[in-house]
Design a protein around this ligand. Structure first.
Ligand code: DAK
Length: 257
């Protein structure tokens, strides 16, 4: 498939989706969002791919949705564009999504990052939900995912003031896993992607699914869901292989089934 605003490549069992609109700091227009979602879905379906990295460039992961594209839209036009449908598809990606972010991670860019499962940030990364400064509010999960990630009072502070925070503050808030010098943040993301890609894949995907489930269910239903996925893993060859390898004191040889 031909892409205009992203670059998609594979390195062994890792897919790398790079947002590529450097002139506008990787602002996420509709075309770019469609391409990102297409790339993620292609990689999710590709059985040779075990983990997906989503990245931008050193200066900007993404400075938000494209303000120029939406500035004159009416509510009805926004509704008809049905942008949310695209974002919902990201939630359905089964394979682990690793965000490698640097520079501006703002508005829709931060919401996109929060759709990912692991976040590696360069020390230059700056995060924020500045929508309030242009007369709107987060529209792609910022009030929901951010609140779950950092709690009510910090989410209120970020969303109501639109303030920008440093990589260190984001680390303290639990928004990112690690901060890495700018020369190496992408390499670090690849290392984590490789590590996850080397694990038994059905277990990885069911564990991801179970963790995500905790966001939209009660603890009781979540525990039940987890238990069913746990039982399900006992019908995989990798469960037998993993446990036998432990008992036989050797390395497991994962088959992915
Ligand atoms: N949209 C469009 N263009 C942008 C942009 C953006 N978000 N951010 C930067 N650019 C463009 C600038 O217009 C400029 O283009 P030219 O003037 O050269 O043509 C170029 O990128 C370089 O930007 P600056 O000259 O401004 O660079 P600086 O280093 O001086 O400043 C900055 C960098 C990131 C602080 C500044 O550009 C800035 O404040 N950008 C806007 C940040 C922002 O407000 N982001 C939130 C946007 S609202 C939805 C899903 C998601 C969303 C909405 C709906 N649905 C599912 C319905 C999300 C909304 C948002 O993200």
């Amino acid at each position: 498939m031909e892409f205009k605003n992203i670059l998609l490549s594979n390195e062994n069992d890792i897919a790398i989706c790079q947002i590529n609109r450097p002139d506008v700091l990787n602002a996420l227009n509709m075309q770019t969002m469609s391409e990102i979602v297409n790339a993620l879905e292609i990689s999710d379906k590709d059985e040779n791919i075990h983990a997906i990295i989503l990245t931008g460039n050193k200066k900007s992961f993404a400075a938000g949705a494209d303000i120029k594209e939406m500035s004159n839209a009416s509510s009805v036009e926004m509704l008809i564009r049905d942008q949310f449908a695209k974002w919902d598809k990201i939630r359905k990606i089964k394979k682990p999504l690793i965000a490698a972010v640097s520079g501006f991670v703002l508005g829709g860019g931060m919401e996109l990052m929060m759709c990912c499962d692991i976040v590696i940030a360069s020390e230059t990364a700056k995060f924020g939900q500045p929508e309030i400064n242009i007369g709107v509010m987060p529209g792609a999960g910022g009030t929901q995912r951010l609140t779950r990630a950092v709690g009510k009072i910090k989410a209120m502070e970020l969303v109501l003031t639109g303030k920008i925070i440093s990589a260190n503050e984001a680390l303290q808030l639990g928004l990112v896993n690690k901060i890495i010098p700018i020369e190496y943040y992408f390499e670090e993301a690849k290392e984590i992607a490789k590590e996850i890609a080397s694990k038994p894949q059905i277990a990885v995907q069911l564990a991801k699914e179970s963790i995500l489930k905790s966001f939209d269910t009660t603890i009781e239903n979540g525990l039940e869901f987890e238990r069913k996925n746990f039982y399900l893993l006992f019908s995989t060859e990798d469960q037998k292989e993993g446990m036998n390898a432990f008992i036989e004191k050797r390395k497991p040889n994962w088959k992915g089934n």
